[in-house]
Design a protein around this ligand. Structure first.
Ligand code: NAP
Length: 323
């Protein structure tokens, strides 16, 4: 019988989706003896999973409960197949992205600050912020208090599982969409990442939703910030390392761009890190996938993959095939 190890912390009710005919073995965080399993469902928190891994024997397949799996190949080596939970994060992370875009265009961080200060008169600060961000010196009646998303140009860097859901959620806003991914395709039109720099100057909003790999590390650096429109909004829902942090701090402090980040490099962001103090920046501490619905959704993805594995069918979410 196939032995499947899973984090003991998971609610046993959720494991009912697992196929019949497997032996489910709970793996406690403090595990300190060898355990023989065939399939490993690691704890979504890599630090906890890495404490368990040295005690596991016989693992041939890893079914991750997350979309980002960058820490796993280095830990388990090349002889193990690794699948991610592609699709499980879509709704939550796409909704975060939309919220972050709207929060920044509606100046919600400023208005929260004003609410906390209890000073209504500070609402006039919004027009100054708009002018400072966009360099638009025209006079408006009434003065600008927020911006609109409708009609803006949004660039998605990454057009996979989550990127497509972000595009679907953006549809009511009738944005102009620019899509960039690893490889080019048509229907819909997706540009290759080699052409990224040509499209950066056209975008009001740039959303990063691609994996962190050797190719994507530092993809957004000083050159890319220089190409961005004055006041462009960078939204990173992917991984911190895709953006060069020093260049990001510089671009924010100089007033060139604004940003919303669910992820940073380093992570966790140290308490005294300069990013905490940058202007026009919204940071959330890597929360984009963590809704109450996530556990059930990611275990369903893992269970479906396990069913295919048992049936000898091709796996759908392979991020590393065993050598
Ligand atoms: N903030 C959070 O909590 C959170 C939650 C979930 C996921 N994430 C992050 O989001 C990432 C994307 O997830 P997903 O499920 O949408 O992944 P996915 O379905 O595998 O799609 C990834 C997309 O990125 C593109 N891509 C890969 N390498 C690239 C490169 N070097 N340059 C440009 N584009 C590249 C791919 O291009 P092709 O289509 O041409 O292959 C694909 O369109 C994950 O890897 C994870 O790091 C973050």
């Amino acid at each position: 019988m196939l032995r499947v190890g899973y984090p003991a912390i998971l609610d046993p009710e959720l494991l009912r989706v697992m196929p019949q005919g497997v032996e489910l073995i709970p793996l406690a965080d403090g595990l300190d003896y060898p355990v023989e399993i065939d399939v490993w469902i690691p704890d979504p928190y890599s630090t906890r999973a890495l404490r368990v891994w040295p005690h596991l024997r016989g693992v041939r397949l890893v079914l991750a409960l997350m979309a980002g799996t960058e820490w796993i190949p280095g830990a388990v080596g090349p002889h193990v197949t690794i699948c991610n939970a592609r699709g499980a994060h879509n709704i939550c992370t796409a909704e975060w992205t939309l919220s972050a875009i709207l929060a920044m265009l509606k100046y919600l961080p400023l208005y929260l600050d004003i609410q906390r200060s209890g000073d209504w008169r500070r609402r006039s600060e919004a027009s100054g912020l708009y002018q400072q961000l966009t360099h638009d010196g025209r006079t408006y009646h009434p003065p600008v208090k927020l911006e609109e998303l409708t009609g803006k140009t949004v660039m998605l860097v990454g057009h996979g599982s989550i990127g497509k859901d972000i595009e679907r959620m953006l549809e009511p806003f009738r944005v102009k969409m620019i899509r960039v991914a690893r490889s080019a395709r048509t229907q819909p039109l997706v540009h290759p990442v080699a052409e990224l720099d040509n499209f950066i100057p056209l975008a009001d909003v740039i959303v990063l939703i691609l994996p962190l790999t050797a190719d994507s590390k530092g993809l957004i650096a000083a050159k890319q910030f220089a190409l961005m429109r004055q006041g462009a909004l960078l939204v990173n829902a992917a991984r911190g390392g895709i953006v060069q942090t020093d260049a990001l701090v510089e671009a924010l402090n100089s007033g060139k761009i604004r940003a919303a980040l669910d992820v940073t490099d380093p992570e966790p962001l140290p308490i005294d890190h300069p990013l905490w103090h940058c202007p026009n920046l919204l940071i959330t501490p890597h929360i984009g996938g963590s809704s109450p619905e996530f556990d059930a959704r990611s275990l369903k993805v893992a269970a479906d993959e396990l069913r295919r594995y048992i049936a000898g069918e091709p796996l759908q979410n392979v991020v590393q095939a065993a050598t």
